[in-house]
Each structure stands twice: as structure tokens, then as C-alpha cells.
Design a protein around this ligand. Sequence first.
Ligand SMILES: Nc1ncnc2c1ncn2[C@@H]1O[C@H](COP(=O)(O)OP(=O)(O)OP(=O)(O)O)[C@@H](O)[C@H]1O
Ligand SMILES: [Mg+2]
Length: 342
Amino acid sequence: MKRARIRFAGREIEFINREVALKYIEELAERGTYPVYVVYGPEGCGKTTFLKQAKAILEDYSYHVVYTNPLAHEEKEILMYTPSIHDIVEEVFKSLLDPYSRIVDVSIKIASIVMRKLRKSRIAILMDDIFQAIELDKAEIYTKTLLNLIEYPSGDYEKIVVLVSSSEGVSRERIGRHRWADFYILWNMSREGFRKLYEVLPDPKPSFEDVWRIAGGNPDILEKLYRNNWSVENVIDGFIRSRKLEHFIASLSEKERGILMEAIEDPDTIFKRLRESEVQQLEKKLIEMNLIMDVWERESRGWIDIPPPEKDTELGIGKYYAWQTPLHREAIKRILMQHNNI
Ligand SMILES: Nc1ncnc2c1ncn2[C@@H]1O[C@H](COP(=O)(O)OP(=O)(O)OP(=O)(O)O)[C@@H](O)[C@H]1O
Ligand SMILES: [Mg+2]
């Protein structure tokens, strides 16, 4: 199987591990998706990278792929497509003044022209992080528009795959209530996969166990640790500042802070006390701020790759809720402790 080339910590490497997810994409390539598939997971768990690898697999299966990531740092990654549809993309781009400003609409347009012009073909639309770039109402509209591509195509297609990625907790609540999309969780990397990624980085470095305990398999945190000379303090400080976590904690009631302290020990506290209105409010906020996720049964087909263990208190993973990573939990814990000492 072709492995996508990935940029990681300033080097070019091959896509690592995630064997279950890759098999799943092959399965989707065989049968297509219905309805829209939303790949949802902790921030930095590897969604963008996974979609890039999915593009490579789908192309192996003769799909014409349109991939867009409106938030990509590099312009060449905002829109990527299979060379077979180059002329169509050119044509669409020529007809618009500033196609990059409306890249999601433009990609949908490209897909629908491909359907019309290349009849009976295989087509895949991969939309990375589109919900983060737009307002929530629009996210719902886009999901419906994507479903329309499947249900009411502009031309006959042989197979279609529509994958959208998101790390926005709110999108799951808003979009998940319609029949337009099914959600699948891509969790942080398994221990085995994460170890392979850790091995890519040069010595000297902390032991694998130490890194695993704070990153919990999250490749973005691994990269951040490496870039900060392995200073956990720096990475946590940066996280606290960028999320304004001090303000967040200060805005909570004493009771909410108490519940949060318990959730640091065991995130399932939230589930057990969900009848209390303050717990409900807190749960919403934590999900909205991408600090925790609600996770479902590990056996279901709702996972793209290997699910996390049923419970792992060391990593902050419960049966019903999980901290996105141990570092997220650690950051909150520090601010809570400081707050209590004021
Ligand atoms: N399977 C993998 N093999 C090799 N590198 C990976 C893999 N998954 C992720 N990475 C690396 O980890 C980093 C974070 O991954 P990525 O950007 O895909 O996460 P993300 O879930 O899209 O993050 P965000 O929530 O910020 O959009 C990237 O630098 C990427 O190169
Ligand atoms: Mg991403």
C-alpha cells in the first residue's frame, strides 16, 4: 500500500501505523460512504495526516480525489486533487475571482462537475477541518450539501466517498442530531504506533514511558515537546496561554471547580453526576473547549482505528468520557491548584 509522505518535526517521513484505519479506508473504497462520514477526534491526534493517507489509498483504487483544508498553513495544501481532474479544477478556478476565499464551495463545485463530466467514475471528497473555519449553522448546511452530492448527484457515479474531519466538540452535537452524517472517532495513536513515531526523533530524549504518560499517543504533543527541547513545562504553559485556561477556571463556580477536580481523577465522574444541572453545564463547556470528549463503547464500529482502552486512569480515559490527552488534564489541574491557593 502506498504510504503518504508526511512532515513531522521538520523531517519528511512516511505515514506510520494505523493499520486498522487503513483497512477501513480500503473497505470504504470498495463500497463508498453513506451518509457523510465525519472523522472526529482529539486535536492533534492525526486527522489531517490520516486524510492525506486516505487520499493516497483512494487514488490507488482509481478514485478522483478532491481534498481541501481551508486552514492549511501552506497554500498548496488548501486544495489538493488527483491529476486526472486537473483540467476541471483549472476551469473552475479561471471562472472565479478569488477561489481560495470560498474553497469549500469551490471544492464542492469541482466534485459536482467531475460527476457530470466523468460519468460512472469513482469520486472522493475529503474535507479537512471545515467546521472550524466556518460558523456552526454553515457547518450544518455544508453537511447537507455534501449529503446531496451523494443522494442527488449531478451525474452518474460508480462510487462516492465523502469524509469530513473535525475536532470541534460542538459540531458533533449540532450535526450528529441529523441523519446527514455518521460520526467515527479517530483516537490518539496506539502505544505501538506512537512508539514508532517517537523513534523517529533523535537522542537525547526522555524515555518513551515519560513521553507516553504526558502525550498519551498524541502526535502533535510529541512534536511540540520535541520543538520545546522536551520541556513539558513550556508546552503546558503555551497551552494554558493559548486557551486562556486561567480565565476559564476563574469563570467557574466553586461547585464546578470541585467537579472538575474530581474529573481529573476520573472523567467518568461527569457521567455519574450528569443529572445535576451544574455538571451538565460544565460538560458542555469542557467539550466546547476541546478538553474532554465523550467516547462510546469500544466494540462498536464507531472507531476509525484502534479505540482507547476501556479505562485508563493514568491517561485520563474513562468508559464514557476521556481527556483529549493527559497534557490537557495536567494543564487544567495546575490552574485549579493555583486557583485554590489564591
Ligand atoms: N500516522 C502518522 N504517521 C506519521 N506522522 C503522523 C501520523 N499522524 C500524525 N502525524 C504527525 O503528527 C502531527 C499532528 O498530526 P495532524 O496535523 O494530522 O493532526 P490533526 O488531528 O489534524 O490536528 P488538528 O486537530 O490540529 O487539526 C503532524 O505533524 C503529523 O505529521
Ligand atoms: Mg488537522
